[in-house]
Design a protein. Structure first.
Length: 178
């Protein structure tokens, strides 16, 4: 069975929205942490908003991650998009929870969820997330969309932590399932 891996850039106060505030902290250590994710994954699972942002940016990008982003299978949870033009993109058919369960049953490696706040909340509510990978940045933003919202009740087991020279901390958690 494939793992669904939710990966987020997150501030100390839990904000994940518009992560442009992460750029000053980027370094080779963080790039290696992110490369671990992509090396272990052969699919992306994205909400519509994240998909549209990525589809507008990655096809023209010359960044080192562009070949992966442009070639990897992308599954999009959307009720409004029907024609996905970005290479190797597919609309999830039917109920998103059932569609993700089917994806997890397929052969393959990890399925990464970048951003995609609404989708991530749905996945958490239905216990479909197998791994949480957070890069926690040493900033307090005060406002913005927070990853953990009222009503989230999760117990997590810390699998690993890594402090980077820029002050960012990488945390990997698994759900504490009984």
């Amino acid at each position: 069975m494939r793992n669904v891996v939710v990966t987020e850039f997150i501030s100390l106060d839990g904000v994940i929205e518009n992560p442009g505030w992460t750029f000053p902290y980027w370094n080779d250590e963080i790039a290696a942490f992110k490369a671990e994710e992509t090396n272990a994954a052969d699919a992306l699972l994205l909400g519509r908003v994240t998909y549209e942002g990525f589809a507008a940016a990655w096809p023209q990008s010359s960044d080192e991650g562009a070949p992966y982003m442009n070639s990897v299978a992308k599954y999009v949870a959307t009720r409004t998009l029907t024609n996905l033009e970005w290479n190797n993109s597919h609309v999830l058919e039917g109920d998103v929870v059932e569609a993700v369960k089917r994806l997890k049953q397929q052969d393959g490696r990890d399925i990464l969820v970048y951003g995609s706040m609404t989708l991530s909340q749905t996945l958490m509510q239905h216990d479909l997330v197998d791994v949480y990978r957070f890069l926690v940045y040493p900033v307090v933003l005060g406002t913005g969309m927070r990853f953990f919202q009222d009503g989230n009740n999760l117990k997590l087991n810390l699998v690993s932590s890594q402090q980077f020279s820029s002050g960012v901390v990488g945390l990997i958690y698994h759900p504490a399932r009984t």
